[in-house]
Structures are given as structure tokens and as C-alpha cells.
Design a protein around this ligand. Sequence first.
Ligand code: EPU
Length: 422
Amino acid sequence: MEKLVIEGGRKLFGEVTISGAKNAALPLIAASLLAPGVHTLHNVPDLRDTRTILRLLVSLGLSWERTGSTLKIDGTGLSCSEASYDLVKTMRASVLVLGPLLARLGRAKVSLPGGCAIGARPINFHLMGFEQLGVSCDIKHGYVDARIDGRMHGGTVYFDVPSVTGTENLIMAASLAKGTTVIKNAAREPEIGNLIEMLVSMGADIEGRDSSRLTIHGVEQLQAAENHITPDRIETGTYAMAIGAAGGDAVIRSCNPSHLPSLLDKLRLTGIDVEAAEDSLRIRSSNKNPLQAVDITTMPYPGYPTDLQAQFMALMSMSSGLSVIHETIFENRFMHVAELKRMGANINIDGRIAMVKGLGGKVLTGAQVMATDLRASSSLVVAGLAAKGRTEVSRIYHLERGYENMVGKLTGLGAVVWKEDE
Ligand code: EPU
């Protein structure tokens, strides 16, 4: 196993280029199961998670080839409808193959993902949605066994809580159903818009993009298509907070600031200077005066993203004042708190609320830390870049699930950071 070593306390300058979004790449790659022929995806990040879903596609009979950030996936050979525990346990987004497999083969047997480091994360909304389209779903021996004779039919699906992958699974399934499906209280994350764009270019008929009510008129068949993965808004936000925390003046390129409405407002309130253009962001932070404490509450898009909660907490731990951080999406997403405290942060948790008492003019101190999930790990990197001394973040495979070339990108900004064997 490898760890990430950071010599903190250096300001960040220059430029960093954002990769395609992990959480858009995963559903778009899964969508290639919906039609035979060669699908072309551009701006695909090379991550542990994208490699996992490609391994899963190969196990289902597909083939792929990558040239730079362009991925060609041949959906022709689909021959298997079973996603094994070995693959699903390493990445719960593997459930995204359920909808396409049902649409194309009428059968899907996918290992239940189980809980993960941030919460129980059930998939009951996905299954309830498929049942509205006529599918019968059983859970046996740790697997969801879903099947339908013939084609799914249209139906109305209401989500109690907007679910990102639930919405994506249902849109993919309904695209090939007979008749019209309406999804109410659908999630509206930009990655879902990217998936809809791909499905429409494949021949799907979908109305309501970016809204919470989606209408999908099923079509007889879809064709292979070409698409571009949207920039990763979570990677963008992470670098914005890294520059904000460490201080400096840097430009984040190839991003889409309009996908980060809540974060950019919150950063401005802290006193960080944010200049947004169409596809770039300039972040300036003097770190002479401590940042102002600001509260956040995580919400479905366009609210403040849960995937940027941990990084904001790292930033707030050096502010001046009290910041209240309310996590409403996942019940166990404060695993970074104990590690940030080891670096000197002053944080108390009460249920789903974390109260962060900023250190005012003082700085965090480097430490050996370990995180149990992707975004928690990135918050430790943000903290480590700002901290005095050396920080060692163990188990960087978490970071490699979702951040492409993080060491190279941070080094390009002037950070002193490298990987080392544990
Ligand atoms: N939920 C249910 N039942 C379901 C589905 C969801 O109760 O069947 C609940 C969840 O437990 C949670 C809420 O609904 O409380 C929202 O969960 P959602 O389904 O939207 O999450 P997800 O689709 O499993 C995606 C991202 C996550 C991100 C969340 C929230 C992908 C591949 N994953 O997960 O990304 O945190 O939406 O925005 O898109 C990450 O990238 O680090 C990550 C965890």
C-alpha cells in the first residue's frame, strides 16, 4: 500500500487542469451496455473506479480500448447478466449496470452492494422504480435477481429522496421500455444531465433535463453514440479549497463553475477571492487574515454537495469563528473529523452536525492520518497542504478512486507532495 506525503505550508500558484467527472463517466460507461456498436467517450478520467466499471463490462462480454482520455467501448458482445460480488464490493456504483442489463436482456443479477464507509446506502429506490416498470426483484444469497418477460413498460416513479444513481438507473431502463415513464422528485445533478445528453444522442426520447420531473418516452432500440464527459465539479471544488486553505493565487482550467453555485458563494463568504469565467476559476487567498467561519448544509443539487463537505470542514478548521456543518445526505460522513483533530482542529460532533471552532490565526500541524473513504481522504490533503510540517495520508487507493494524477496536479501548483510505500 502507498501513502501520500505532504510537506505543508507552501502557497499554491500557477494552473491546474480538471479531468472528466468520475460520477458522470461511470453512468455513461454503463450506458454503453444499452446498444450494440462502438460508443466513443471523450474526457474519460483514468481512475480506479473507471477501471473497475470497465472490468465489470468485460465480465459481461463487452470490450474496450483507451487512447489518452478517449474510450471506445463495443457494446455488441453483451452475453452475461450477472455482476459478481468481487466487483460490486469494491465500487457500489456497479449497481448502474442493473438498468441497462434489464433493458437489453430482461434479466440482471447484481450483487447487493451493502453498506460502505459513509452510510448504509440502500438501493431500495432503484428496485421500487424497476418494479413500477414491471420488473420482479428478489434478493437471494446477497444478490438482487431482477427479471422481466419481454420489455419493461412505462410507469410513474416517485423518489422519496432524490437519488443520483437511482435516477440514472431508471432513466436508462425506461429509455428502452414500452410507453412513457415519469420520474418525479428526480435528482438534478449535472452528471445526470450528461447521461441524458448521451442517451439522447443514442436515440432516446427524454424531456425535463435538469429538472426534478423527467419524462422518458421509451424507444424500440438505441444506437452507439459519441459523447464528452463533463468536467469533475468535485475535483474542481477540492482544488479550489486546497488553494483557499494553503493560500496563493491559481487558475483552475477546463472546469465548469456554473456546476458549483453553492460552493462558490460559500467560498466568497469566507473571504477567498473567487473569479469565475465560463470554463475556468481563479482562486486567490492571502491567508494573512484568517478566513471567516461559514456554515453549510449538504443538500441534493443545486444545494451544497455532500462530496465537498469534508474538504470544507478542513478549510473551516483554520477560520476565525464557529462554523456549523450539517450533513443531511449520509448518516456516517464525519469519519475525517477524528483525523483532522489529530492535526489540531477543534471539532465537536452532535449527530449529523459538526461544530468547527476555527483556530483563528493559528495553523494546523502535520500528522500521520488515515481515512476510510475518498472525500475524507481529500479533506486530509487540503488540511495537509495548509498545515505546518509533514502530513502522511495512508491508504491513497481511496484518493485514486476519484482523483486523477493528484500528485502531478498538486506538484504543478508548487506543492511538495509525493507517494511512498507504507
Ligand atoms: N437512498 C436510499 N435508497 C436508495 C438510494 C438512495 O435511501 O435506494 C438514500 C441514500 O442513503 C442517501 C440519499 O438517498 O441518503 C442520496 O443517495 P444517492 O442515491 O443520491 O447516492 P448515490 O447515487 O449512491 C451518488 C454519488 C456519490 C454522492 C451521492 C450524493 C455516484 C457514482 N455516486 O451516490 O458520490 O455522494 O450521489 O450526491 O454518482 C463520491 O463520489 O465520493 C460519492 C460518494
